[in-house]
Design a protein. Structure first.
Length: 261
């Protein structure tokens, strides 16, 4: 009787151990595959976000070329700005000597005509851009018209009659957030990911500031880092339902059990 009881019990316990081992290995495999897939998506859409922001920055380069060809003058700024305007741009600006003098569109923008180099919030990063010959991005900040924006300031240098380089000022665009990279984040949402996009607060610091995110509680993420100008950006993503999909684990475990029977 003891043998008749013990043998089935041992078989039963071994069966439980086998199932547990298969479930553990299946769960680990599925989680690893999810991480690999998520990392590929983070890389793909991180690069896409970088390209979209870079395309926005390119507008300041277009104005720069006009200024250089016209020796620091733009006779039809509004017309030029209107032609290069797009849906993700809040405004296009000129700041000779660091003082904002022209803004398109101009309606309701009078408060934006400030001395960037002396401004309390914008002065330090603007002087950094001027002194280091680098494009800087600042923000996000609230827009008066609603939503958020990021300011891009591109320092321009010309040469005087003695062929000496001097600082002309800035060409500037204000990019709407998240409009500038909406295609990328919409794709991530469609694939079932939560996300967080952050950037260094300034070129001289390692402190990151959130630019845009889908969830305040985002944890256990995979990430992709990229650089724009002198500033570092990071895109973090994670599945909105967590890394462990019990349905996938159950299906995969059932298949493996059938294979072992």
């Amino acid at each position: 009787m003891k043998k008749k009881t013990i043998v089935p019990l041992i078989v039963f316990l071994l069966g439980i151990c086998l199932v547990g081992l298969i479930v553990y290995k299946t769960d680990s495999h599925e989680t690893e595959q999810q991480h690999i897939k998520a990392q590929l998506n983070a890389t793909t859409y991180g690069e896409r976000i970088k390209n979209e922001i870079t395309n926005g920055i390119a507008i300041t380069d277009a104005l720069k070329q006009v200024l250089i060809s016209e020796n620091g003058k733009i006779s039809q700024f509004d017309t030029i700005a209107e032609n290069i305007m797009s849906d993700f741009i809040e405004s296009i600006q000129l700041a000779p000597d660091g003082i904002v003098t022209d803004i398109y569109p101009s309606e309701g923008m009078e408060a934006g005509k400030i001395d960037l180099l002396q401004d309390k919030e914008r002065g330090r990063i603007s002087r950094y851009a001027r002194d280091n010959h680098v494009i800087v991005t600042q923000g996000p900040f609230d827009l008066k018209q609603g939503g958020c924006g990021i300011a891009v300031r591109n320092p321009i240098y010309l040469k005087d009659k003695n062929n000496q380089e001097y600082f002309w000022g800035f060409t500037i665009v204000i990019l709407r957030v998240p409009d500038i990279f909406s295609d990328a984040i919409n794709a991530l949402s469609d694939f079932g990911y939560e996300y967080r996009l952050s950037k260094t607060d300034a070129p001289w610091t390692d402190t990151y500031k959130v630019v845009y995110q889908s969830d305040d509680q985002l944890t256990h993420t995979v990430s992709y880092d990229f650089t724009i100008g002198k500033e570092n950006w990071i895109l973090e993503i994670a599945p909105e339902n967590g890394w462990k999909d019990l349905k996938l684990t159950y299906c995969a475990t059932s298949n493996r059990l059938r294979e072992n029977l």
